[in-house]
Design a protein around this ligand. Structure first.
Ligand code: FES
Length: 248
């Protein structure tokens, strides 16, 4: 059965903005993106909303619903009471372009700094060989749809713009984890994960894991293993002993 949904939607651009009130007729089974599209079609033709697949796979429709980063195409209206007001705002961690659209280029700039895979040479028969178990470990990380909800919720940069220079964020830690665990990788990226990506600034509050629409265990399966490897390298007793001996 349909009903009138009370919405507050942030309208504005980089110079500022405010929440605007709307009442939007919605139908049973719809998602927040349906309500935004109807709002755009009937009352606010200039509302800027980014979306593409409407199937939770392109990562375009990210916004904050009642303060929580979510995919608007995968957030059912039935999650809320019919008389509840839903507030939709742009991702807080990135600069606003207009209305619900943000400039997420920070993520792409950080991605450019992740080292490329340097695989060992092919076998004499021209193939690569990997254990299925090793392939599956990295498979989880490749489910990422780059919606950047994890980046937006991460308090290291959400509340501290000045940390962006030194910190790449959970999405990029998946990339470092994939490199570190890749069975053919020959490089050692632990120093880059520490110095370039700033993995040490993460204090594993698991906020990123909670918002991931692909249910990737970002903290447990990527960030913690990368942190452990970085610590192993930094505090390896042999490395420590060697530094003492050769410094004499
Ligand atoms: Fe593609 Fe929502 S529109 S993930």
């Amino acid at each position: 059965m349909g009903y009138d949904l009370n919405m507050k939607v942030w309208r504005g651009d980089e110079s500022g903005g405010d929440l605007a009130d709307y009442v939007v007729p919605v139908e049973e089974g719809e998602v927040v993106l349906d309500a935004l599209h109807r709002l755009q079609a009937t009352q606010a033709g200039d509302l800027a909303v980014r979306w593409n697949c409407k199937a939770g796979k392109c990562g375009s429709c990210s916004a904050e619903i009642n303060g929580k980063p979510r995919l608007t195409c995968m957030t059912r209206l039935s999650l809320f009471e019919p008389d509840e007001t839903i507030t939709v705002t742009p991702l807080r961690t990135f600069p606003v372009v207009r209305d619900l659209v943000t400039d997420v280029s920070y993520n792409y700039e950080k991605a450019k700094k992740v080292p490329a895979l340097s695989p060992e040479p092919r076998q004499p028969d021209g193939t690569y060989r990997m254990q299925q178990e090793d392939v599956e470990r990295g498979q989880e990380f490749r489910k990422c749809i780059e919606c950047f909800l994890c980046q937006s919720v991460c308090h290291v940069i959400r509340d501290h713009e000045d940390n962006k220079e030194a910190f790449s964020g959970p999405r990029l830690f998946l990339r470092y984890a994939e490199l570190e665990m890749h069975p053919l990788e020959t490089g050692d990226h632990r120093e880059a994960a520490k110095a370039e990506a700033g993995v040490g600034l993460c204090n594993i509050t698991k906020c990123c894991t909670e918002v991931c629409p692909e249910s990737i265990k970002i903290t447990d399966n990527a960030i913690i293993p990368v942190k452990e490897r970085v610590v192993d390298r930094s505090y390896d007793p042999l490395v420590w002993l060697g530094s003492k001996i050769f410094r004499r």
